[in-house]
Design a protein around this ligand. Structure first.
Ligand code: F6R
Length: 603
């Protein structure tokens, strides 16, 4: 989504801001802009496309205090007019904003009735105009009056011509961080941008108003009283954003999966294949009292939740389901003290997932969060937290964080099953041993030297692509389909294999390609029967299997055998690589696919 970068210090601001915006590019963008306060004269530069496009115009902009923004369009197309920062009528205020102002139409009509002429279609512009209307020479006072008028979500960076050395910042449900080092102050919506630049980093909380100056950061509550902020420690994110010789971050991250799974499991499981003491700190009574488990997440993390639900039913023997967070939060979900909600998020900032977590917490149910970014809002607000140790994921399409989430979910379910008495200790240890062997098997797939060119040719030339599978293979089919469409833009879908003939098989003809995931041994024969139905209608087939019963297929991808429940950690790898190589052949922007953002901070 959008990104904010600000600087107040003793150096020229524009270059520093553009560098920071370039670090935020991985989040997705379609336009960018900056504003610099040059001793009371705010100057602005904007561009459509990458923030690097700001360099030619910004080179003439002098000043040591400024704000910048990468925009992911929500209200209005990607254009210079809609790019941030947005200025008030007289130019006294300049504003960058992440989030959505939900009541902007009403605010805009009110301002237009007072004669304000808007220059953009954005929701953000109302904030600049409101600040100007409420400003009577007291910057803090104006900000305190305007914030309560805004509903929705925001992270804001504000410049005011009368205060040439200050960036004002505020947030509601959208992350914002400030950092200082020596005589410099930085503002950013993503803490990773600050970690290499600052010695002290602070997280702004909802309702707080921050004043960032060269080397100082003062924070006030909504009543205007000064707050004492504690610095946050950033430990879990490696800032190594180097492609290490790989052509794309996505490929590097695919290859980092064994390490991500190993690190994640090492944080949870001891060398004796036991869950480490102190994990989650739930009493046996609490665990035995759980009647229902709901995994709540978005996108790929939701697919992890689906795996979690299947495995929960099988091992923990509790009713379980995966819920899409944007649905869950509005479905009036039935929850009580016997419900366990498992929140899954790489970024820890996904707006719908965060809202779902807060909803569950407000109803007093038990919540466990599985998060990759330790400094994220979900991690900070979680009572029971499992960290995935995938390290920083740069490519927009998730791969290594997905695998790390799967590993954490397996460990969690085995833990719940053992502590509740549904799984005996020996069986739990056997499963944990099997789980810990998975990274070696992932390495075997990654080093197999399989040539994906015939798979990519088939994917590109087919008129209809459908991934099928049953049970856990179906969960992987959903993720495989998402990966392919994200990075290659090929239209495809995923179906539970047994569901195909309830309608969708009408699409199957000789131009179709069916990618069948048939790893789970108990269901393989049934999936193969469904494959035969598609072959009978002329479809081509690519078959992914952990078995040997497949010689009939032209394109077979074999993966190492493992415990049935762990196949999702293996079978997804050839699917990720197929998606990657297809996108490469099609010349797509693999690490930053069109329209996508790494962290979806608006609902
Ligand atoms: C797909 C992808 C997304 C995310 C989803 C949730 O490759 O990355 O579908 O999985 O946006 O993001 P997090 O896990 O950050 O909550």
């Amino acid at each position: 989504m959008c990104g904010i970068m600000g600087y107040a210090g003793d150096k020229e601001a524009a270059d520093i801001i553009i560098d920071g915006l370039e670090n935020l590019e991985y989040r997705g963008y379609d336009s960018a802009g900056l504003a610099v306060n040059d001793n009371g004269d705010i100057k602005t530069a904007k561009t459509v496309g990458s923030p690097s496009g700001l360099r030619p115009t910004a080179s003439g902009i002098k000043g040591r205090v400024g704000i910048g923004h990468t925009r992911w369009a929500t209200h209005g197309a990607a254009s210079l007019e809609n790019a941030h920062p947005h200025a008030s009528v007289s130019g006294m205020f300049s504003v960058v904003h992440n989030g959505i102002i939900e009541n902007y139409e009403e605010l805009r009509s009110g301002l237009e009735a007072q004669g304000v002429v808007f220059r953009s279609e954005t929701d953000t512009e109302v904030i600049a105009h409101l600040l100007e209307k409420h400003y009577k020479g007291d910057l803090k006072g104006a900000v305190r009056e305007v914030l309560p008028l805004l509903s929705g979500s925001y992270a804001l960076g504000i410049l005011c011509e009368d205060y040439p050395d200050v960036i004002v910042c505020a947030k509601l449900s959208s992350p914002l961080f400030a950092g200082t080092v020596g005589e410099c102050g930085y503002l950013a919506s993503d803490v990773s941008v600050l970690s290499g630049r600052c010695t002290r980093i602070y997280r702004l909380n909802d309702g707080e108003i921050g004043f960032l100056k060269a080397g100082s950061f003062k924070v006030f509550d909504s009543d205007g009283c000064r707050l004492r902020k504690t610095e946050i420690k950033i430990r879990s994110l490696s800032m190594d954003a180097d492609r290490a010789g790989y052509r794309h971050y996505m490929l590097k991250e695919i290859y980092e999966q064994p390490a991500a799974v190993r690190r994640t499991l090492a944080g949870i499981i001891s060398g004796e294949h036991r869950i480490k003491p102190g994990f989650l700190k739930m009493s046996d009574r609490e665990i035995k009292g759980i009647n229902k488990v709901r995994f709540v997440a978005c996108g790929s993390a939701y697919h992890v939740g689906l795996v979690g639900a299947y495995v929960t039913e099988r091992l923990f023997k509790r009713s379980s389901e995966a819920c899409i967070a944007s649905e869950f939060r509005y479905m009036h979900p039935c929850m009580d003290e016997s419900t366990l909600v498992v929140i899954i998020s790489q970024s820890g900032e996904t707006a719908d997932t965060l809202a779902a977590m807060r909803l569950a917490q407000s109803e007093g149910v038990k919540v466990v969060s599985i998060v990759n970014v330790e400094s994220s809002t979900i991690a900070m607000e979680s009572d029971k937290l499992i960290m995935t140790r995938a390290d920083r994921e740069i490519a927009v399409a998730t791969t290594k964080a997905y695998s790390a989430q799967l590993a954490a979910v397996y460990a969690l379910v085995i833990y719940l099953a053992e502590r509740s008495g549904e799984l005996d200790k020996r069986e739990a240890a056997r499963l944990l041993r099997g789980l810990m062997e998975i990274p070696d098997k992932q390495e075997r797939i990654l080093s197999s030297g399989f040539d994906y060119s015939s798979v990519t040719d088939r994917l590109i030339s087919s008129g209809y692509v459908c991934f099928i599978g049953r049970g856990l293979d179906y969960c992987s089919a959903l993720e495989a389909s998402l990966k392919l469409k994200e990075v290659s833009y090929i239209r495809c879908e995923a179906y539970a294999a047994g569901e195909l003939k309830h309608g969708t098989i009408s699409l199957v003809d000789k131009n179709s390609l069916i990618i069948a995931l048939g790893c789970c041994s108990g269901l393989r024969a049934k999936t193969l029967a469904n494959v035969k139905e598609t072959q009978a209608r002329g479809a081509g087939v690519i078959y992914i299997t952990g078995g040997d019963d497949d010689d009939a297929y032209e394109n077979v991808i074999r993966i190492p055998r493992c415990e049935d429940i762990f196949y999702p950690l293996l079978e997804i790898i050839p699917m990720q690589l197929s998606a990657y190589h297809t996108a490469l052949k099609l010349g797509r922007e693999i690490d930053k696919p069109r329209n996508l953002a790494k962290s979806v901070t608006v609902e």
